[in-house]
Design a protein around this ligand. Structure first.
Ligand code: FES
Length: 108
């Protein structure tokens, strides 16, 4: 398998209802993962980029969170509607989507 240019990690950590931290699954993480996979397929990006589900990335209250390596860019409160922008701007053009970046006080 070739090393991907960029690797997207989508948090789908789940926690019991009522847990004080909540979870990215409760906030919509699985729908993001589905959208990344759907668009990777549609745009023929498999092989160049990779997307993987992951457990908790840390800043749960800001979820659902998406982490892109090797850049170390964390996106917060991502919606399925934001996924196209992350792919087209960050993965394809190497320009992180600033409006979705988590604040540096929370992850910096
Ligand atoms: S549950 Fe997703 S960052 Fe913690």
């Amino acid at each position: 398998m070739p090393k991907p240019e960029k690797h997207v990690f989508v948090c789908i950590q789940n926690r019991p209802e009522g847990h004080p931290k909540g979870s990215c699954t409760a906030r919509g993480g699985p729908a993001l993962l589905d959208e990344f996979r759907r668009l990777f397929e549609e745009k023929g990006l498999w092989g160049r980029f990779q997307v993987t589900s992951t457990g908790c990335l840390g800043p749960c209250e800001e979820g659902p969170n998406v982490l892109v390596y090797p850049d170390g860019v964390m996106y917060a409160k991502v919606t399925a509607a934001d996924v196209t922008e992350i792919i087209d701007q960050h993965l394809m053009e190497d320009k992180p989507v600033d409006r979705l970046r988590i604040s540096e006080e929370l992850w910096g």
